[in-house]
Design a binder for this molecule. Structure first.
Ligand code: ZN
Length: 502
C-alpha cells in the first residue's frame, strides 16, 4: 500500500477541489480478508472529489441491488489527513464536503442473479467490480488501475492488460471506470489456466472453485468453434484476449457476460454440459457488450437503465448461441429444430404471453426480481422464438438472399465504436433486409401479445410443426424447400465476410 499524491498534483488541487478533468487517474487496491470473507478496498486518486458512489446495479443483471449496503468501515482522507463524510439517504452515496483523494472500506460478499460480486475462499478470491468497487463522482471517465494482492503462489487472472507494480501485488490497467468494473478478476493458489488462440488472439479457460480441475483441454472444444462462427458473422475479433472464468461447483450457476470475458458458474466438470451456456455468454461479447441499446453504456450506475430491447439482447443471443453451435457442427439440425419446438411448447403453456409483449417484458424487468422478464413472460424465451421468426421471415421476404445475420452484422458495424442503437433501429433493419412484410411481422412478434407467426413462417420455409415437433414438409414447394434447407446457414448479403476481407 502506498500513498499516491504527487507534489505537482497537490498544488493544482489547492485551487481545484472537485476535479473531474482529464489527466487524472485512480488506483484500486484490493486484498481479501479471509477470516471474515470480506475484502479491503483502498482507492487512491490524484485528484480531489466531494462525492463517492457505489453502483445500484451491475451490467447484465437487470435488478437494483444497491451495492452500497455491502460497505462497512468507510474512511475518507485528503493529503493523508482524515476527511469527514456525510451519510446520505441514498445508501449508494457518500458526500465529503471538504473533498477526498483517498477512500478505504471493507466490503462483504454478495452475489447478483448470475455471478458473485465478491467471493473469498481459502487461498482464492474473485471480484466482479460492480458489487465491490465504487467510484469518485467525476473520476469515472479517467484511467483506473486494479491492483490485487497475490498469494505466495498462483496467478491473478483478468482480461485487462497488466502493468508494473510492487512485489506481492498484480496490477491491471483499465481505460475508465466502465472497463474497470466490467473486468472480473480471480486470484488463487489453485487457479488453473488453459489457453488457445483464434486468429492469433489468446482465449483462456481460468478454472477455480471446487477442484481438482483435471485436463481443461475439453473446454476448447465447446468454446473455440463458437468463437470462430462469431468471427465469420461479425468479421473481426474485437478484443486482445478473452477469458472464460469457469467457477466449478459454486452458485449462482449460470453466466454473466463482460466485454472481454465471462463468468460461468458450472455444476458439472463435463464441458458438453456447459456448451450452451458458454455459447450464450460468448455471443454477448458482440450482442449486448458491443451491440447494445443506447442506455446500456456508458452506464448510469445510479439508476435503472430502461430498454425495451432485452428480448433481442438476451433472447436473440440465445437463438444465435444455438445457431453458432449448429453451424460449427456441434449439434445436428434435428436437435436444433427440437430445441426451437420445445421452447415453443413451453411458451404455449404460459398464459402470460397474452398479456405481456416482448418489449414490455424487457422494459419492466426492473419491477420483477430474477432479471429475466416481467409479468410472467421471459424475454429469453419470447426473444429466442422471435429470433426464429424474424430470421425465417427475412429469408422468406428476401427469397433467401438475406437473413437475420445481416441485421446482426449491420447493428455491430453501427454500434461497435459508438453509441448504442435507438430502440426502433432493429425494426428498420429487419425491413431493410427482409422487405415491407417484415414491419407487421416484427410488430406482431415484439409489440403485440398475439401468438407468434411461427407455423406460417415454418410453412413458407418448407417445414411443418406437428405434435410439438418441427420437421421437413414433404409437400413444400421447391422455393420454400430451398429457403428451409439453407436455414440457418450463414447468409450475409450486406457486407463482406471475414474471409473476403483477408
Ligand atoms: Zn445473457
Amino acid at each position: 500500500m502506498r500513498y499516491y499524491v504527487e507534489m505537482l498534483s497537490r498544488v493544482a488541487l489547492a485551487v481545484l477541489i472537485v476535479a473531474p478533468c482529464a489527466g487524472y487517474s485512480s488506483d484500486y487496491w484490493v486484498e481479501p480478508l479471509e477470516a471474515t470473507k470480506r475484502a479491503k478496498v483502498t482507492i487512491e486518486s490524484d485528484a480531489v472529489y466531494t462525492e463517492f458512489r457505489m453502483p445500484a446495479w451491475a451490467p447484465g443483471d437487470y435488478q437494483i441491488f444497491a451495492y452500497g449496503k455491502q460497505i462497512k468501515a468507510i474512511r475518507f482522507s485528503k493529503d493523508g489527513e482524515a476527511a469527514a463524510h456525510v451519510v446520505t439517504p441514498d445508501v449508494n452515496l457518500w458526500q465529503i464536503p471538504n473533498g477526498a483523494d483517498r477512500v478505504e472500506y471493507v466490503v462483504g460478499e454478495s452475489a447478483g442473479n448470475f455471478s458473485p460480486n465478491l467471493r473469498v475462499a481459502p487461498g482464492e478470491f474473485f471480484v466482479n467490480g460492480g458489487g465491490v468497487l465504487g467510484w469518485f463522482v467525476g473520476d469515472e471517465r479517467n484511467p483506473q488501475k486494479l491492483i490485487a494482492k497475490l498469494y505466495s503462489t498462483g496467478p491473478a487472472v483478468c482480461s485487462l492488460p497488466t502493468v508494473p507494480v510492487e512485489d506481492g501485488w498484480a496490477a491491471f490497467q483499465a481505460i475508465d471506470y466502465d472497463e474497470l468494473i466490467d473486468s472480473p478478476l480471480v486470484v488463487g493458489r489453485d487457479v488453473k489456466v488453459f489457453e488457445y488462440d483464434v486468429l492469433g488472439v489468446p482465449h483462456k479457460i481460468a478454472a477455480y472453485g471446487n477442484g481438482p480441475f483435471g485436463d481443461l483441454s475439453g473446454w476448447e472444444g465447446v468454446t473455440k468453434p463458437v468463437v470462430e462462427e462469431a468471427v465469420k458473422l461479425y468479421g473481426d475479433i474485437p478484443y486482445k484476449q478473452f477469458i472464460f472464468f469457469c467457477e466449478f461447483g459454486r452458485r449462482p450457476f449460470g453466466g454473466l457476460e463482460h466485454k472481454n470475458s465471462t463468468r460461468l458458474g458450472l455444476w458439472s466438470k463435463n464441458p458438453q454440459q456447459a456448451a450452451g451456456l458458454a455459447a450464450h455468454e460468448y455471443v454477448h461479447t458482440y450482442n449486448v457488450k458491443r451491440v447494445r441499446s443506447k442506455v446500456l453504456g456508458p452506464f448510469d450506475y445510479s439508476k435503472q437503465a430502461d430498454t425495451g430491447a432485452l428480448w433481442w439482447l438476451e433472447g436473440v443471443t440465445d437463438y444465435y448461441a444455438s445457431v453458432f453451435r449448429y453451424r460449427a457442427g456441434m449439434t445436428t439440425k434435428e436437435n436444433l429444430l427440437n430445441g426451437f419446438a420445445r421452447s415453443h411448447v413451453s411458451l404455449m403453456r404460459n398464459p402470460a404471453r397474452f398479456k405481456v409483449t416482448a418489449d414490455e417484458s424487457s422494459m419492466r424487468v426492473w419491477e420483477s426480481r430474477g432479471s429475466n422478464g416481467f409479468g410472467g413472460l421471459s424475454y429469453y424465451q419470447k426473444g429466442h422464438l422471435a429470433g426464429v421468426c424474424l430470421d425465417l421471415a427475412i429469408r422468406i421476404g428476401s427469397d433467401g438472399k438475406s437473413s437475420l445475420d445481416d441485421v446482426m452484422r449491420q447493428l455491430y458495424e453501427e454500434c461497435k465504436d459508438g453509441p448504442g442503437f435507438e430502440e426502433g433501429r432493429i425494426r428498420e433493419l429487419c425491413v431493410q433486409f427482409g422487405g415491407d412484410t417484415l414491419g407487421p411481422i416484427y410488430d406482431r412478434c415484439i409489440h403485440s401479445a398475439e401468438e407468434l407467426p411461427l407455423d406460417e413462417l415454418l410453412h413458407k420455409a418448407g417445414y411443418m410443426r406437428e405434435k410439438g415437433v418441427i420437421s421437413v414438409d414433404p409437400d413444400a414447394s421447391l422455393k420454400a424447400a430451398k429457403i428451409g434447407a439453407n436455414w440457418p446457414n450463414l447468409t450475409l448479403s450486406s457486407t463482406k465476410t471475414a474471409a473476403d476481407r483477408n
